[in-house]
Design a protein around this ligand. Sequence first.
Ligand code: SF4
Ligand code: SF4
Length: 330
Amino acid sequence: MMPESPEAHGPSRMHATLPLLARSDFPALRRKALEIVQVNVGYRCNQSCLHCHVNAGPTRTETMSLETADQVLAYLAASGAHTLDITGGAPELNAVFRHLVGEASAQGVKVLDRCNLTILFEPGHEDLAEFLAGHRVEVIASLPCYTEELVDRQRGKGVYEKSVRGIQRLNELGYGRPGSGLELHLVYNPQGPSLPPSQEKLESDYKRILGEHFGIVFNRLFTLANMPIQRFGSTLVTKGQFNTYMDLLRGAHRTENLDTVMCRNLVSIDYLYDCDFNQMLGLPLARGGQKRTHVSDALGSDLSGNPIVVRDHCFGCTAGQGSSCGGALG
Ligand code: SF4
Ligand code: SF4
């Protein structure tokens, strides 16, 4: 077993990674037309996973207010984006979650929920699966391996068993089943400082093994690279592996991935960021000479062509088959 890391239990002893990423030769990028508004509604989570790139956990208290949620909805309506991607923490723990889902659905916008599956069994959330199905929310759920040992090592004891039950619960409602229109995607990330394997091959392994053992079905598997920031980046620093991992990412950079990295068509909110990794690093979207832009000041603004704030962690998006919140890029 991997020894427990201090970073797995909260922010108190985290190493800062931004200073290690500050000087970058990552190619300059500009935004395209906005398609996805991603909103992080807070860092509280019922889990404290080792690789969490937002350092979420049960003791985090930051949450989005109803006022900001309404500003996000107004921004969304004016932006022309087709998708609202809600993330956290466990976003469902925030009181504004259901408000955002209901109002965005009423706007005709597709809603994604980054769901950790175990939240479906937390007290007070027993009706969450039905709520998601009722609003036809697309569920994107982490399951970083198909084996119990590795999932529990990365995400906490008992998480695998609850995650399997969570998927079964969603399957009962039609999620992942052909013709239901209820989409369920799983997310894989490597356990350590290595690149994800082929998404296509791993997806077929997941489908076969989870189907045989638990009768589980799902739509797609997204393979994500671990970003060298926050809790994972800090663990790399602690273990003396930060530079080796950066060399791996940089060495695997593929120029063809630059066209589809998620910052080209996504904006991450509450102040505006080119992506949630930049949000975690405190690198706001740079617009019109302003240091940062609040969502309430950006209503109807066209971000196309705006330069994207890049640093060395961006190689985590372009290495190998590429990595985004929707999985491999190619
Ligand atoms: S479930 Fe997700 S948000 Fe919560 S600690 Fe784990 S990785 Fe972070
Ligand atoms: S981390 Fe990835 S998504 Fe974010 S700005 Fe860099 S390349 Fe774009």
